[in-house]
Design a protein around this ligand. Structure first.
Ligand SMILES: *[C@@H]1O[C@H](CO)[C@@H](O)[C@H](O)[C@H]1NC(C)=O
Ligand SMILES: *[C@@H]1O[C@H](CO)[C@@H](O)[C@H](O)[C@H]1NC(C)=O
Ligand SMILES: *[C@@H]1O[C@H](CO)[C@@H](O)[C@H](O)[C@H]1NC(C)=O
Ligand SMILES: *[C@@H]1O[C@H](CO)[C@@H](O)[C@H](O)[C@H]1NC(C)=O
Ligand SMILES: *[C@@H]1O[C@H](CO)[C@@H](O)[C@H](O)[C@H]1NC(C)=O
Ligand SMILES: *[C@@H]1O[C@H](CO)[C@@H](O)[C@H](O)[C@H]1NC(C)=O
Ligand SMILES: *[C@@H]1O[C@H](CO)[C@@H](O)[C@H](O)[C@H]1NC(C)=O
Ligand SMILES: *[C@@H]1O[C@H](CO)[C@@H](O)[C@H](O)[C@H]1NC(C)=O
Ligand SMILES: *[C@@H]1O[C@H](CO)[C@@H](O)[C@H](O)[C@H]1NC(C)=O
Ligand SMILES: *[C@@H]1O[C@H](CO)[C@@H](O)[C@H](O)[C@H]1NC(C)=O
Ligand SMILES: *[C@@H]1O[C@H](CO)[C@@H](O)[C@H](O)[C@H]1NC(C)=O
Ligand SMILES: *[C@@H]1O[C@H](CO)[C@@H](O)[C@H](O)[C@H]1NC(C)=O
Length: 598
């Protein structure tokens, strides 16, 4: 039958098939609306100490963001603290939209008593992430919470559906107020965190813990544990008495599954592991103990929770399961090197992860970034290539938009691969070539395990080692199946190398996840610029853009309040949803019109 003689039903079917992709994408990305009231709670006292704890809607840790790939997330943040506030979404890539990244270089802070709404999409992502307050050292007081990005139904994951999923936000904790610690950071006298909390709770069997964390399981079932290190300084080793961990995911990438007795998790990293409840139905210890520390079993720096089998009446007993020697860095490095990308498994999109093969890429540029401490103007600072980051009053992103950076920063004023002759404070913004593969070598001249995070991307961890990096170190790189993630550890005195493909235009924070180092200057920004102003590339600023620094809002007329979302005030409004719906509607109209004509 010739197409021209096909009945209208067939044409309608053809229309439907042509239009299906539009409607599928429209219906599979849901909108999630959240209202968050962020305040300081003085009554929680997780380890009995009088101190403020930063809660969200009264919760510590904050509420779960339970999203699915491509969902649009809208978080209206009400700042009831007495400090300016921003949240960042660790590992969420903010494709084409660094305006939502929530760090000092991209956003004006939400002032006390004010609210501001983030609108972002979990575009083409899947996995375990978390959020936290990014400025003013607030993370040391809490305010962090879990993010899950679940797979869409049409995407299969490389393991059977677990019986249940648990979020484990584990991190060190100070017994003093975050404000006290913050005020001491400008002196040399900074204490180390004193406790390890699991989901905001102190260790089991410690009489100072207000409560301890328990996970209920049924014998024979398998569970997915989403573990993040939300702390400020300590890496930890995670393990469960008598149980194996099967590592499956690393900050949004599926890995070759490996069975582990214990897993090292560094500050700012996330993993998911499968645990099968295949032991006698009693209770077992779950432990997170600090690396590079002689903490004994009953030390407050050892986090302890309980794995409770249904109907168990036997409390966990015996001694805590022993982990590797906390000073054995070779153990840690070997484990890190054994974490490999599964090249054949699916990803957030319906194609294998290994489509992105780094074996044969051409590196356009190498950054060599050296972290160290320096005394500048009599104060102890952390620096990158001898430059300690100085936060300008005007976010870099705003300056980019309004004045091409003029008056706020100078692009590439500092070297990306050698240390500045003298230690200085400065606004370190490095250019990366749009879509030019970049190698970043991170060197650690500190005596702590450092971790580095890049916003906007997953990078490929191609190598790490002890001692100095030199070009010959490249011969040890794994270019076959390096894992893609957003946070990499750098061992004391050692280096780690990553490859990144800068295909996400914007202003992106590259920082130490160690809170004290970050706060005292160990960060820079990477500017990825694409000259094409097409909003299908980088997005314009959001409608609710906050102004500050050099760019102050005009004083509003006292009584007239403009209608919210009035189209005339939408100078920058760009709504991908609306655009897609519009395209779908126009196509439908054309399609139906065409049918009527024939
Ligand atoms: C999270 O969302 C998924 C998919 O919609 C759903 O199956 C699951 O029950 C949700 N989990 C929680 C804890 O809300
Ligand atoms: C502040 O919250 C109100 C709702 O209480 C909302 O209508 C408004 O859009 C929010 N403001 C911003 C800037 O997000
Ligand atoms: C808590 O335990 C410590 C040592 O085990 C002990 O010295 C202290 O008295 C106990 N405190 C309370 C309130 O029971
Ligand atoms: C876990 O089990 C205990 C005891 O069986 C019960 O009291 C508690 O409510 C359960 N917790 C959850 C989250 O189901
Ligand atoms: C990698 O993923 C594939 C597809 O999901 C799976 O069959 C295979 O077992 C995985 N390999 C490893 C080592 O986990
Ligand atoms: C930890 O113990 C080792 C060996 O006993 C010792 O050499 C080291 O000084 C101790 N470190 C700390 C921080 O106490
Ligand atoms: C802590 O553990 C050590 C040995 O691991 C033991 O000598 C000490 O008595 C314990 N302290 C308390 C308060 O239980
Ligand atoms: C736990 O006990 C209840 C009531 O006695 C029983 O129905 C259930 O099957 C038991 N669960 C397991 C896992 O044994
Ligand atoms: C705890 O003690 C009981 C005996 O009292 C034993 O049957 C059980 O296996 C022990 N649990 C562990 C985890 O060792
Ligand atoms: C990646 O590409 C290289 C050649 O460019 C090839 O040798 C290698 O097998 C590829 N890896 C995978 C996993 O396909
Ligand atoms: C690897 O790259 C080289 C040079 O860019 C190219 O000639 C070669 O075909 C590539 N090999 C594969 C397998 O892609
Ligand atoms: C904006 O700044 C960049 C980097 O400093 C420069 O290369 C470019 O020419 C500037 N663009 C304009 C329009 O001034």
């Amino acid at each position: 039958m010739a197409a021209g003689s096909a009945g209208p039903q067939l044409k309608h079917v053809t229309c439907a098939i042509v239009l299906l992709p539009f409607f599928v994408t429209m219906t599979t990305s849901a909108d999630i609306f959240l209202d968050w009231h962020v305040s300081a709670d003085f009554n929680l006292k997780p380890v009995s100490t009088d101190q403020p704890v930063i809660t969200i809607n009264g919760m510590f840790p904050g509420p779960l963001i339970n999203a699915t790939t491509n969902d649009n997330i809208h978080v209206n943040v009400f700042n009831d603290l007495d400090d300016p506030l921003l949240f960042t979404w660790n590992g969420i890539q903010q494709r084409l939209d660094s305006w939502q990244d929530g760090v000092s270089g991209t956003n004006c802070p939400i002032q006390p008593g004010k609210n501001w709404t983030y609108d972002f999409q979990a575009k083409d992502q899947i996995g375990t992430f978390f959020y936290f307050p990014s400025i003013n050292f607030l993370k040391a007081g809490g305010g962090f919470g879990p993010i899950r990005v679940n797979n869409r139904p049409l995407i299969s994951v490389p393991f059977p559906k677990p019986e249940a999923e648990f979020d484990l936000l584990i991190g060190d904790w100070y017994i003093s107020s975050y404000k006290d610690i913050r005020s001491r950071l400008n002196t040399a006298d900074v204490p180390s965190p004193d406790w390890m909390l699991i989901n905001g709770k102190g260790p089991y069997m410690n009489n100072l813990s207000q409560s301890y964390e328990t996970f209920n399981v049924t014998q024979g079932k398998t569970y997915l544990l989403r573990i993040s290190n939300v702390g400020t300084a300590w890496s930890f080793n995670f393990r469960i008495q008598n149980h194996q961990l099967v590592l499956v995911e690393t900050e949004g990438s599926y890995v070759n599954q490996i069975e582990l007795e214990s897993l090292d998790v560094h500050v700012g990293q996330s993993y998911s592991v499968l645990v099968t409840a295949n032991q006698n139905a009693v209770d077992y210890y779950i432990v997170a103990s600090p690396k590079l520390s002689n903490a004994t079993n009953n030390n407050t720096l050892v986090g302890v929770a309980v794995l409770h089998y249904d109907n168990s009446t036997t409390p966990a007993n015996g001694s805590l399961p022993s982990g590797p020697d906390p000073f054995d860095l070779q153990f840690s490095i070997n484990q890190a090197k054994s974490i490999r990308w599964n090249l054949t498994t699916g990803a957030a999109r319906p194609n294998p992860q290994g489509m992105f093969n780094v074996t044969n890429v051409t590196i356009i540029e190498t950054f060599i970034l050296n972290a160290s401490t320096a005394t500048i103007d009599g104060l102890s600072r952390y620096s990158v290539n001898n430059v300690s980051y100085l936060i300008p009053d005007t976010p870099l992103k705003l300056a980019d938009f309004f004045s091409n950076g003029t008056g706020v920063y100078e692009l590439d004023a500092f070297s990306k691969n050698t240390s500045n002759a003298n230690a200085v404070r400065g606004v370190f913004v490095a250019s990366a070539l749009h879509k030019g593969w970049t190698e970043i070598v991170l060197e650690n001249n500190l005596d702590i395990i450092d971790t580095w995070h890049l916003d906007g991307y997953s990078f490929f961890v191609v190598g790490m080692g002890e001692g100095d990096w030199n070009p010959e170190s490249r011969s040890s790189y794994n270019l076959y199946d390096p894992v893609a993630r957003s946070t990499v550890q750098v061992y004391p005195g050692g280096w780690s190398s990553v490859y990144v493909y800068p295909d996400n235009p914007g202003m992106w924070n590259l920082r130490s996840q160690n809170l004290q180092s970050w706060y005292l200057g160990e960060e820079l920004y990477v500017r990825v610029y694409d000259a094409d102003p097409n909003p299908a590339k980088e997005k314009p600023p959001p409608q609710n853009l906050l102004l500050c620094g050099k760019y102050q809002p005009p004083t509003p007329p006292p009584s007239v309040s403009p209608a919210p979302n009035a189209p005339s005030s939408n100078a920058y409004a760009y709504n991908p949803h609306r655009t897609r719906s519009l395209i779908a509607m126009i196509t439908t109209a054309i399609c139906l019109f065409y049918i009527d004509l024939h």
